[in-house]
Write a protein that binds this ligand. Sequence first.
Ligand code: HEM
Length: 581
Amino acid sequence: KLSRKPAIDLNGPKKDHWLTGNFSAMFRGGIDYCVELVEQYGGAVKIFGPLDTGELILLSDPLALYHVVVKDQHIFEEPDLFVVTNKAMFGEGLIATVGEQHRRQRKLLNPVFSTSNMRALLPTLQPIARKLTSILLAKLPDDGSHKEIDILPWLSRSALDGVCQAILGYPSDTLGATEYDEYPEALQMMGPLISRFLYFRPSVATVMRNFSPYWRMKLVDWITAPWIPTEIMKDVREMRRITEVMDHGSKKAFTEKKAALEDSATSFSSQGNDMMNIMLKANSASCSSERLADTELLGQMNVMVFAGLDTTTSALSRCIYLLAKNPLAQARLRSEIRDAIRSMPLSQDDSSLFEHDNVPLHLSYDTLINLPFLDGVVRETLRLYPPFPHMARVVNKATTLPLHFPVRSSSGAELSAIAIPENTIVLISILAANRNRAIWGDDANEWKPERWLSSTGRKDGQGVNVTFDSVEAGPSAPALGVKDGVRYPGVYSNMMTFLGGSRSCIGFKFAEMEIKEILAALILRLHFALPADPDANGHIKEIEWKLKAFHTPVVKSPAGDGVTPQVPLNVRMVREDDFAW
Ligand code: HEM
């Protein structure tokens, strides 16, 4: 059906490959390829998808994106394939629902992610950040010299413990890992397995649409039979095992939580600050027509972990890698954190707040969130390297999209609007939008945390879906990401990293807090540098970020295999001169 739609009258590159269209070039060429495409053809580019997907539109024009995610978002829907397969894996959580059901879920869940709830959640994340720092410190030589450590698994475990404890209220301790716990282990393996299944998603969707639950299970039993030996069947079997463990673990945690709440129903006394608890209370208090079913609440548990884990790990590892590459920025950030800690009022009653040097361990939520340079580092990293580089939408009826910056048709005519046939797939290029020179300036492709320091845009858009025309620059300095009143419709700092509109990321404040807390704890005590020691063959490790579903860091050949995800850095204890910048 998709391949039979009318041709799209838009300029773009030729097909790179008969089977994969422009997709293999996009993955191979990574960020540079996508940025060059957009710089050459503009904010709406015709590209070719794999197999019979046919022509797609790579979209990054600000006005067009405002229509896609806010104004006409009922026309630009999540692909059915995405929704159906998410439902099969996670149940009826936010990323698996559409229309009225999705609206009802967001209405209940939006207030759960309020700033005041984040403030109350920070103390759950602080011990995790502290534990991560202690674990890495314990690995280092006593003489203050450096050691190479792959920080990726450690960041992933802290992100997992953070999501499990703060969102689910599940006492996960993968950082400590004294005992094997199959539930968090299954949650952690879900993301990587799903990336391996990217090309099989269409078959899963077909099965979901055309088979009854009975025959679906029969089919799964058949294809996961242990006597089918191929590699891919191993992955299918693993996926089945993980889904079952996740389902069982979530149901158990949910049932216990619900029972505890019902026990204290008369007083609704606090059972902990985790988001699941807040969500259950909000649900019980809502009117019956808006209330979510248990299956929907359960679905949220799986969805939150999936949506919050690899994204946060990717952002955190990119921040530390960039700081390792930019020692001056690292020193500046460290000084800012130390100064903030020194100026905090000391609570002599709470000795747990102190470590050696009489340094309080934790910053308050408001101090942490408002540290200007830390904020600049996080925003700039999320702008330049959005963990989700592209998001897909399908056009459910033929429409016309207005553009702010005109592009060319196939015949070279100037277009200020594009006609989009029904069933066209639109790829929202978060990456290209966040690097648009016309909005962000000529240095848009450079990592400059300090660009945020003088911007009144620093606090813009926090959770508010403002309309396209209603944003004005502040009175003193110009707001970043706004040029002549034009901006992207993102919920976070005029950028598209967390998208905008009613399907924007619900967890962005949580992600921001978790990234800042872990960064602050690590940078204060540890110094990071890129690998510099040659191996036995004289090769020095060079980290490369491959563009897949997420940006995946690997070590380039010949020092590495170019495949295994890792971020090996030289780590040592901080010295006094590491604060000078
Ligand atoms: C740096 C970290 C993160 C990034 C870059 C990110 C990005 C995104 C993006 C781009 C979407 C839109 C997806 C779509 O439209 O298909 C999204 C949705 C979502 N995110 Fe995040 N996310 C992050 C962290 C989190 C965290 C920590 C949580 C949970 C606490 C979370 C929960 C969700 C959920 C539930 C949705 C679906 C929202 C809906 O459809 O209504 N995310 N995220």
